[in-house]
Structures are given as C-alpha cells and as structure tokens.
Design a protein around this ligand. Structure first.
Ligand code: AP5
Ligand code: MG
Length: 208
C-alpha cells in the first residue's frame, strides 16, 4: 500500500531483484488495456483519467485472470486491493501474509509526479532526477519514446491522493484485523532509504 507516487512500483522492482517473487500491478495492467483499446480498457479509461478508482468488479476480474497464470508463486500485489470491498473479495481466493505500507509526505509526491516518465507498453518508470533513462526520452530496453502518464497532471494527482486517503484507513483496519496478516509501515521520502528497511523486514519475517 502507498499513495500514488509513493514508490510502490519502485520498491516492487527492487524486491523482484532480491526475492523469488512475482509482481502484479493492477495499474500497469489497466494502462495496457487502455493502450490496446480492449473492452476493459474502454471501461477503465475515464476513471483512470480522472484519478478515480475503476469499479471493483473490473479490477477483480483482471486480478483473478493474472493469478490464474501464476499458481503456486509468491505474489506481490502492487495497488491491489484498494477498497475494503476488494479486500473482502480477495480473502475468498488469496491469502495475504503481509502488508507493506509506505507513508510518503504528499508534498514530495506532487513534486515527483511532474518528473516521472514511463514506457507505456511495459510500465517501466523513469524519473529524470532519480533514475534517468540512459538516453533522454527513450526506454532503456526497447529504445521507444517515453511518455508522461495522462493521470500525472497536477490536478489529477490531487484527485488520486484524495481517493487514496479516503480508502487508506478502512483498508489498513481490514488488514490489521485479518488473522495471520502482518501490517508494517515504512515512513520516509526516499525509496533508496526505505528499501533496505523493507528488505530487512521481509528477510526476517519470511523465507522468500
Ligand atoms: P496505479 O498505477 O497503481 O497508480 P498509483 O497508485 O496512483 O501509484 P503510481 O503507480 O502512480 O505510483 P507508485 O506508488 O507506483 O510510485 P512510483 O514507484 O512510480 O493506478 C493507476 C490508476 O488505476 C488508479 O488511479 C485507478 O484509477 C486505477 N486502479 C489501479 N488499481 C486499482 C484498484 N485496485 N482498484 C480500482 N482502481 C485501480 O514512484 C513515483 C515516482 O517517484 C517515480 O517517478 C519514481 O521514479 C520516483 N521515485 C521513487 N523513489 C524516488 C526517490 N527516492 N527519489 C526521487 N524519485 C523517486
Ligand atoms: Mg505504480
């Protein structure tokens, strides 16, 4: 869990290098659907564009499809669940052992979003001041052009932060009450500083 721009994707990428896990980002999957203009993409587009949550039924279907292809693997969910209703549904087919909750100040976030550039097709993320691409404006792997996410405009970022804050407290309460689930909060403004703490925590808690 973490606010938009709070470093979920950045921390997830680092975890994938250090642990034998697979990540699912509902945001990345939705963006691919939007680019490909699939029926899901067409339904999701206006919500994402306005910084609102896509209906629970849509994201749940996406998630179930993804999980079906990853049976038996240890999964890191990035950006799911986002509402108590999604969390309740998730309980029926997926067991959550740990919630990594990232708390990053909102002023830091607003600044970063203006710097973020992504490779739309893969979801690879760059920031010109933090992890710049090898060639300005181009993806390291494919050489294709980088773009700004349409929902990274200042006013949409504001809407996304409001949406996140409204769901955060009930969602954390859900996981704190969930048997067998540990919730750990990491505070700070630098993913490079937060990450070693997340890594140490997961190494000490799990055999991954
Ligand atoms: P999603 O793609 O999940 O977006 P989000 O939650 O708004 O989070 P972001 O991906 O924007 O940020 P992040 O936390 O991954 O941060 P990042 O690592 O990139 O969802 C998008 C939309 O899809 C939602 O608004 C919603 O409409 C829909 N959706 C998705 N899931 C849904 C669900 N379950 N239910 C309903 N709707 C759903 O970091 C941010 C930036 O900071 C990057 O540029 C990064 O390089 C930079 N950065 C990181 N660390 C540092 C550092 N130390 N110093 C400087 N820069 C840094
Ligand atoms: Mg992300």
């Amino acid at each position: 869990m973490g606010a938009p721009g709070g470093g979920k994707g950045t921390i997830a990428k680092k975890l994938l290098k250090d642990f034998k896990i697979t990540a699912i980002s509902t945001g990345n999957i939705l963006r691919s659907h939007i680019i490909d203009k699939t029926p899901i993409g067409k339904e999701a587009e206006s919500y994402v564009k306005d910084g609102k949550l896509v209906p629970d039924s849509v994201v749940l279907n996406i998630l179930k499809q993804e999980l079906d292809t990853k049976k038996g693997e240890t999964i890191l969910l990035d950006g799911f669940p986002r509402t108590p209703a999604q969390a309740e549904k998730l309980k029926e087919f997926f067991s959550v052992d740990v919630v990594v909750n990232l708390e990053v100040p909102h002023d830091v976030i607003a600044d970063r979003m203006s710097q973020r550039w992504i490779h739309m097709a893969s979801g690879r993320t760059y920031a010109y001041d933090y992890n710049p691409p090898k060639v300005k404006g181009l993806d390291d792997v494919t050489g294709e052009e980088l773009e700004q996410r349409p929902d990274d405009k200042a006013e949409v970022v504001k809407a996304r932060l409001v949406t996140y804050e409204a769901q955060k407290t009930p969602l954390l309460a859900h996981f704190r009450a969930l048997e067998g689930c540990t919730v750990e909060t990491f505070k700070g403004s630098e993913s490079n500083v937060i990450y070693p703490e997340v890594k140490a925590f997961l190494s000490n808690t799990f055999q991954l």
